[in-house]
Design a protein around this ligand. Sequence first.
Ligand SMILES: [Zn+2]
Length: 401
Amino acid sequence: MYWCIGFALLLVLMPTVAVPVWENVTTSQFSEDDLSNLTEAVTKEMTQQKTQQKASISAADVESRAQVNVQRKDPDKKWVFGTAVIEAPKEKGAYPEGWIYVAKMEEAEWKVALEGSQLFQSWLQDAPSTVVNSNEKKAFANRSSDVKIMADQDQLRLPFALGATWTLTGGPHGYSGQNTPYSSLDLAGGNQQVLAAGSGNAYTMCGNGQGWIRIIHANGFATDYYHLLNNIRPNGSWVDVGTFLGYTGTDVSCGGYASGRHVHFALRYNNAYVSINGREIGGWVFWSGNSAYGGYAMHGSTVRYPGQGLYHYGALAPNQGIVDVVGRGTLNVRSGPGSNYPIVGTKNDGEIVTIACTATGTTFTGRSKTTNIWDRIGNGQWVSDAYVWTGSTTAVAPTCN
Ligand SMILES: [Zn+2]
């Protein structure tokens, strides 16, 4: 039924949305020559990138699958901002690869910097605001010194409605299936509406296609959404967390393969794909299996495998954790930070607690850590941090006064 609604909407909206963001590519200020020179320069840069990665793809293949899109340019045609994609072969486990790029005209030649490079970072800051706005300059800024801290706490939602349950149709896998890092999940179900996992600047990666959106979040993370049906086609515009992006679909306009409606949801950090293993998203901690699409998700002691449903709890705040009593009933809440204090209550496995501050006390060993940290979760209410998943083995809240 939901599929029918989605499809009906598509039929109604298709004629009106099929126009806008790419049309400036063909305006008179940008000649065929300009465009073909730019395309050539960007393609050359993508080929170099693949060579550096020692990828098995040949230069000829990159060239035949390259798709270069111009999103913005300055009136003098000195600067261009856009997306570039190597389309994937139309086969299972293959995904397109894409970069946001900045190009700069120097001595009558286009020089190109791809997302992820140092040059990209510095040119973004140099580019005029008509080409890269101040929001984007901030969002793309490299935060490599904070990688560890930030990586513990991505504060992302799953890409669907809070409180809904969708099926994990594929566990952690790479952008090209078996390729590592396993940065991606496949999800489907519910009302099929794919929503932004976090706020940020959103981009349509494929020029001619409906399928692929990338959001650059302000905390250094980015998220990809592929196979979308009828996507909102953003062009760097800001989207709030939970914004509708499109429907799950089987779109393969940038290549690859989709056997049924789903969203391919991938995690990036500092402009590159990162492993999703051990990371919390929407109240679930994802763990990779021995091979792509396997693995599982955990919420407290609850385990969900591919083919099973994930209830969406929302994003955890930096000072929140998930009670995990390692499959043994409930967690004792005590009046002070140690097992010598009286029990004043209990918390169920899977409950989300907010940690006001921390102290040290009795040492315990939980699923992921041995620690003497105790968390104050309310007035006169303390629990051992060993039984609270926080994404960290150190305290996530300041020491109590
Ligand atoms: Zn996938």
